[in-house]
Write a protein that binds this ligand. Structure first.
Ligand code: CS2
Length: 460
């Protein structure tokens, strides 16, 4: 029986699978799925996507039930457009991921898992063997369930079978996401099987990517609008902004879809694009989230309409731009102006709470690494300190704190007076969080504490 959404596909040809995607959340649906649909429409190829969640099979099951189809709403001003997309071939249960990774037709494994799923130890830049899912997988006593453990086991199975590797492709907001994933996979493999690690190092490319599309979590309004516009109930419906961007290093073991035909940019080195996006877009997003919540706002569009916060955002965009290498074809001031416009999109209800979470994972690539670079050059770190103070205040005030290190943060703040200097000292000392030269810099600590004091006084 054909699902009613499948009848609404503009391009009903359904390719065979070539990609396994881990993390089929809203961002995947508004970004990778859109580019893949565009590539399939332009040039075809067996690049259908199978989707899987690492722990929870619910979304994957829903994709299977809907024959891989879902509704995408693009909100722009007063207009909302609906489109039904179908690049997904079906869902895979968590315990089926490994066998699909070993299947010859799967040639790319893509990931949108959020920062905390990788098992990165920020202090070393390598694998954190104490990350709960990684630690469990390193014992080898049960089938792997972390992304890194699965990729290592999947590559091992292919090597045993004499198959060429798949290409792991990280689409998460981590600096040098491909390099980083490579390092974590090699660290894991070295601990389990050094010969496998050598094979991976020689045979497996790990392209880095820069991904961008502002995609809030779906709400009842998303689902109601999808139904109104298509006539079909779709629990997988997502809403997003008109803008989208994808920059990818063109290094694949066994080919790739013609994503460039859908607007993606293939480059030698994604690093300058990624730094620009992480430091300007995501860094300012974090500023809006933490300062915006402190000022009582709920959505990004409200925070950016608050004159004091808008001034801080503008200042931060300028400070972040000063840390960047030139990006081919991009003028930082124009990029910054476009970001302010996107943040101000009244049609997008992007909750600040969503961006404020996982601060310990987001601060290093967005704020602390560029701040340490500014410090090393003798520049002014004040704007980075303001954002960091926003997080300190959020971590001290917000209940419950959504962060993988929330318990550790609670323990550290236990008995610490609500005094800006004491709070700053307690959180800047969180192991591995702040690069040591910054952590030990008296001016930086004074700046952060000064901004915490301002937040405490209500001057967001
Ligand atoms: C946001 C990102 O939640 C967050 O931390 O900053 O999800 C942001 O919306 C995307 O990276 C935009 O491409």
């Amino acid at each position: 029986m054909t699902h009613p959404l499948a009848a609404l596909l503009s391009h009903p040809n359904r390719p065979r699978p070539g990609i396994l995607h881990l993390g089929p959340g809203a961002f995947f649906r508004a970004h990778l799925a859109v580019y893949t649909e565009g590539a399939l429409q332009a040039t075809g190829g067996d690049w259908g996507i199978e989707v899987a969640g690492l722990r929870d099979g619910e979304t994957a099951r829903q994709f299977t039930a809907q024959e891989g189809c879902f509704t995408l709403l693009v909100r722009d001003g007063a207009e909302t457009r609906a489109q039904v997309l179908g690049p997904v071939r079906g869902g895979v249960a968590p315990d089926g991921i490994l066998s699909r990774m070993a299947a010859p037709e799967i040639r790319i494994v893509t990931l949108t898992l959020t920062e905390k799923a990788y098992g990165l130890d920020p202090a070393t830049g390598g694998l954190d063997p104490h990350h709960p899912a990684i630690a469990a997988d390193l014992t080898g006593s049960a089938p792997p369930r972390s992304a890194v453990g699965l990729i290592v086991a999947g590559l091992a199975a292919r090597r045993r079978a004499g198959l060429p590797p798949f290409t792991p492709l990280s689409c998460d907001n981590l600096a040098g996401n491909g390099h980083l994933l490579r390092r974590l996979v090699l660290d894991f493999a070295t601990l389990r099987d050094p010969a496998l690690a050598e094979w991976i190092a020689a045979e497996v490319p790990f392209p880095s990517t820069m991904v961008d599309r502002i995609t809030p979590a779906s709400t009842p309004a998303t689902l109601a609008d999808a139904r109104r516009l298509t006539g079909v109930d779709d629990p997988l419906a997502v809403e997003t902004e008109p803008f989208l961007q994808w920059v990818i290093e063109d290094r694949f073991a066994q080919g790739r879809p013609d994503w460039d035909r859908a607007g993606a940019l293939f480059v030698e080195d994604v690093a300058p694009y990624e730094a620009m996006k992480l430091r300007m877009l995501n860094g300012t997003h974090s500023l809006l989230a933490w300062l915006g919540l402190a000022a009582g706002h709920e959505y990004v569009r409200d925070a950016i309409a608050d004159p004091a916060i808008a001034r801080a955002a503008q200042t931060h965009l300028e400070a972040a731009a000063l840390t960047l290498a030139p990006v081919p074809g991009v003028e930082p001031a124009a990029y910054a102006a476009a970001l302010l416009e996107r943040f101000g999109n009244r049609a997008i209800a992007h909750r600040l709470e969503q961006i404020a979470m996982d601060g310990t994972q987001k601060l290093p690539p967005r704020i602390l690494t560029p701040a340490a670079e500014v410090l090393a050059r003798g520049g002014d770190t004040d704007s980075f300190a303001r954002v960091t103070a926003g997080w300190v205040w959020h971590a001290a005030q917000h209940e419950p704190l959504r962060d993988p290190r929330a318990e550790e943060i609670r323990a550290r703040l236990q008995g610490v007076p609500r005094d800006p200097v004491a709070l700053t000292a307690a959180l800047m000392a969180l192991p591995g969080l702040v690069p040591p030269p910054l952590r030990d810099d008296p001016v930086w600590n004074r700046q952060v504490a000064g901004h915490v004091a301002a937040l405490k006084g209500g001057a967001a």
